[in-house]
Design a protein around this ligand. Structure first.
Ligand SMILES: [Cu+2]
Length: 145
C-alpha cells in the first residue's frame, strides 16, 4: 500500500497536538444525538468497566466525519459518570491517526459523545479510548468501507 504524503502530514499534525491537551477545548456546536439503539460494538476495560460503542449518522463507521457514543458502566451495570476520556482514531497498518482532534462531551447516565472522528481512508481503523487517570485503555477495531 502506498503511504501518501498527506498521511504523513496528518500524522505529524496529530502527534504535535496530542501532548498539549488543550486542543480539545473547542467543543463542537453540532454534536449528533441520533445514535442507534443497538450497540455497534462492546468491550470491557481492564478495571471491569463495560463499554458500548455506537456511531452516527450511520449505525456503522463510514468514510469521512463520524460521531460516536460511548456508554460506560461498572461491572454491576451502574453508569460511570465524571470520567475523563481521551479518544484517538488510529489506522494501525499505516501508523497514522487523523488531523482532527476529537472532543468528548459527557451526557450523563454513563454516556459520552465523541465528535470529530475523521476516517478519511478506507481500511482498518482503531478507536483508542483512554479512561480516567491513570488511564485504563480500551481499543475498538473495525473496518471503514
Ligand atoms: Cu491510512
Amino acid at each position: 500500500m502506498k503511504k501518501s504524503l498527506l498521511g504523513s502530514l496528518v500524522l505529524f499534525a496529530c502527534l504535535a497536538c496530542l501532548p498539549l491537551g488543550a486542543c480539545s477545548s473547542d467543543v463542537a456546536d453540532q454534536v449528533p444525538s441520533n445514535f442507534a439503539p443497538a450497540a455497534y460494538g462492546t468491550t470491557n476495560a481492564g478495571d471491569g468497566s463495560h463499554l458500548e460503542l455506537r456511531f452516527a449518522p450511520g449505525t456503522s463507521p463510514a468514510r469521512g466525519a463520524n460521531a460516536a457514543e460511548l456508554t460506560i458502566t461498572t461491572p454491576a451495570g451502574a453508569p460511570r459518570d465524571g470520567l475523563v476520556l481521551t479518544v484517538v482514531p488510529w489506522m494501525p497498518s499505516h501508523g497514522h491517526g487523523s488531523s482532527v482532534v476529537t472532543t468528548v462531551t459527557a451526557k450523563g447516565t454513563g454516556k459520552y459523545v465523541v465528535d470529530g472522528l475523521q476516517f478519511f481512508m478506507p481500511g482498518r481503523w482503531e478507536l483508542r479510548v483512554a479512561i480516567g487517570e491513570p488511564a485504563s485503555d480500551v481499543v475498538f477495531t473495525f473496518d471503514v468501507p
